[in-house]
Design a protein around this ligand. Structure first.
Ligand SMILES: Cc1cc2nc3c(=O)[nH]c(=O)nc-3n(C[C@H](O)[C@H](O)[C@H](O)COP(=O)(O)OP(=O)(O)OC[C@H]3O[C@@H](n4cnc5c(N)ncnc54)[C@H](O)[C@@H]3O)c2cc1C
Length: 218
């Protein structure tokens, strides 16, 4: 039986591994279908403290892993398929094998829902992104498209108007799925075309958010 099992090998899983390994708990990290997590998909990470020139995402997570291993963390390839957390010790099934642990740390993160276009994965970090706050800065002065009509799309689109010359929302339906408040923000942003946006911190006259279909109206 393990003291600690950590599900996920992204930044959160690796951080938990460093702390628990340093505490002498010999954690076992289950890497999952995406070893290194979402950062392993990206190129330059510019907002991680301590790297004034930025650092490549895969290098950053690999460093975290090495740091955890230095203190005794172990990594195992595999995906957690099932769990029994109704009693102690906790039990999880990894690729058909049941493991037991006293403490289970779930750091299974998230995955972007991609469109499935053939070129998409090749262009991640080169014009295609799944994270506005991470990558918006790289699209300063560019024309940006956001795909989706829900709250996340509105949030990302509004944020991107800080950088893009123009932000276009592309969505499938004739109405948006986003909540009213998010749409209202989007609409207010659109009205700012040619004039400063009241809700934005850095207004420019060329900034605007538009939509292909019904222009942020429900
Ligand atoms: C393209 C891109 C660029 C980004 N750029 C930046 C950036 O520049 N700066 C920034 O701050 N953030 C950036 N992010 C966001 C950042 O990557 C995430 O915030 C961060 O990775 C979240 O870390 P996490 O450990 O919580 O989860 P994740 O990185 O999502 O890791 C989840 C882990 O859980 C594992 N897992 C999931 N299910 C199972 C299971 N059933 N069994 C076992 N393991 C499982 C996965 O394999 C993975 O290892 C970017 C994200 C993307 C996609």
């Amino acid at each position: 039986m393990r003291n600690v099992i950590i599900v996920g090998s992204g930044c959160a899983g690796n951080t938990a591994a460093i702390y628990t390994a340093r505490a002498g708990l010999k954690p076992l990290v289950i890497s999952g279908h995406e070893p290194g997590g979402q950062l392993s998909l990206t190129t330059e990470v510019e907002n991680f403290p301590g790297f004034p020139e930025g650092i490549l995402g895969p290098v950053l997570v690999e460093n975290m892993k090495k740091q955890a291993e230095r203190f005794g963390a172990e990594y195992m390839q595999g995906v957690v398929e099932e769990s029994d957390l109704s009693r102690r010790p906790f039990r999880i099934k990894v690729d058909g094998e049941w493991l037991e642990c006293r403490t289970l740390i779930i750091a299974s993160g998230a995955s972007a829902r991609w469109l499935g276009l053939p070129s998409e994965q090749k262009l991640i970090g080169h014009g295609v992104s799944s994270c506005a706050t991470c990558d918006g800065f790289f699209y300063k002065g560019k024309k940006i498209m956001v795909v989706g009509g829900g709250d996340s799309a509105m949030e990302e689109a509004n944020f991107l108007t800080r950088f893009g010359e123009e932000v276009t929302i592309v969505h499938r339906r004739d109405e948006f799925r986003a909540s009213k408040i998010m749409l209202d923000r989007c609409r207010a942003n659109r009205r700012s075309s040619g004039s400063p946006a009241p809700s934005s911190r850095r207004s420019t006259t060329s900034r605007r958010a538009t939509s292909q279909a019904s222009s942020c109206a429900t």
